[in-house]
Design a protein around this ligand. Structure first.
Ligand code: CIR
Length: 253
């Protein structure tokens, strides 16, 4: 169970955030409203939400998931692969020190964004992507081992981050799309397939047995609901324009 989440209010500079999507610039006012709704959804799952101030220096800083990996035993500050995102870790480090006794860090030449890391109990799947390299993944596995946790790497071909295409919903249920549906490492799970036309909805989050699902993906909603979860739809259309999904907007612990 999670008790807390960390988020960061989007800054106006978000409209210049990194993106490969061809969906136009985000509407900032709408993004602020959606962010507030996202916080309410987390609160309705019983979480205390710690909200960091907007940081205009870093357009992508609202995507807090990428700058730290939080486990039951330790927090690991990452070294984002996107050069424009490296400075985001400063504000996060000081906050995490207040909540975690054990802190580790990923250092250059290693790069790692925690959108590439999926927790399944005490095991962590680490996607090798344009943002996370072998050295970053290797350093993470060494840190995890120190605390009795394990890690393994997954090669990505089609998506930005591992969790762009796969989401663990506990109880052995894995939401998966595209390349991950046939990935050998994931065949031991009960796969809940997401249609290609709804691929954005592969990025959902399990929070205390409820599942947050992006608004506007009826097939995904039905699939998750049929698996026995209470689902909460959250509209994050403006963050999608920056390749950001539901998981990217918070760190749950
Ligand atoms: C980026 O490209 O870094 C941001 N615009 C989106 C980050 C999304 N984060 C995630 O998937 N974990």
């Amino acid at each position: 169970m999670f008790t807390k989440a960390i988020v960061r209010t989007p800054a106006l500079s978000m409209i210049n955030g990194l993106t490969s999507a061809d969906l136009g610039k985000p509407d900032f006012d709408l993004a602020l409203k959606q962010h507030a709704e996202y916080i309410r959804a987390l609160e309705s799952c019983g979480l205390e939400v710690l909200c960091l101030e907007a940081n205009p220096e870093f357009p992508d800083s609202t995507f807090v998931e990428d700058v730290a990996l939080l486990t039951k035993k330790c927090a690991i500050i990452t070294n984002p692969g996107a050069p424009s995102r490296r400075g985001e870790i400063k504000g996060m480090r000081s906050l995490l020190k207040q909540h975690f006794e054990n802190m580790e860090e990923i250092h250059a030449p290693g790069s790692l964004e925690a959108g590439d890391v999926m927790m399944v109990g005490s095991h962590f799947y680490i996607g090798l992507s344009a943002r996370t390299n072998q050295s970053g993944a290797g350093q993470l596995m060494v840190h995890l081992q120190k605390y009795g946790l394990t890690g393994s790497v997954v090669e990505l071909k089609e998506v930005l981050h591992l969790k762009t295409g796969v989401a663990y919903l506990e109880r052995n249920n894995l939401l998966a799309c595209g390349e991950f549906l046939i990935h050998p490492d994931f065949q031991k799970f009960n796969l809940l397939p997401i249609e290609h036309s709804e691929s954005y909805a592969a990025n959902c989050i399990w929070v205390n047995d409820k599942v947050l699902v992006p608004q506007g993906y009826p097939l995904a909603l039905q699939t998750i609901s049929n698996a026995g979860y209470e689902v909460l739809e959250v509209d994050v259309s403006e963050f999608r324009k920056l390749d950001g999904g539901l998981s990217c907007l918070s760190l749950r612990f």
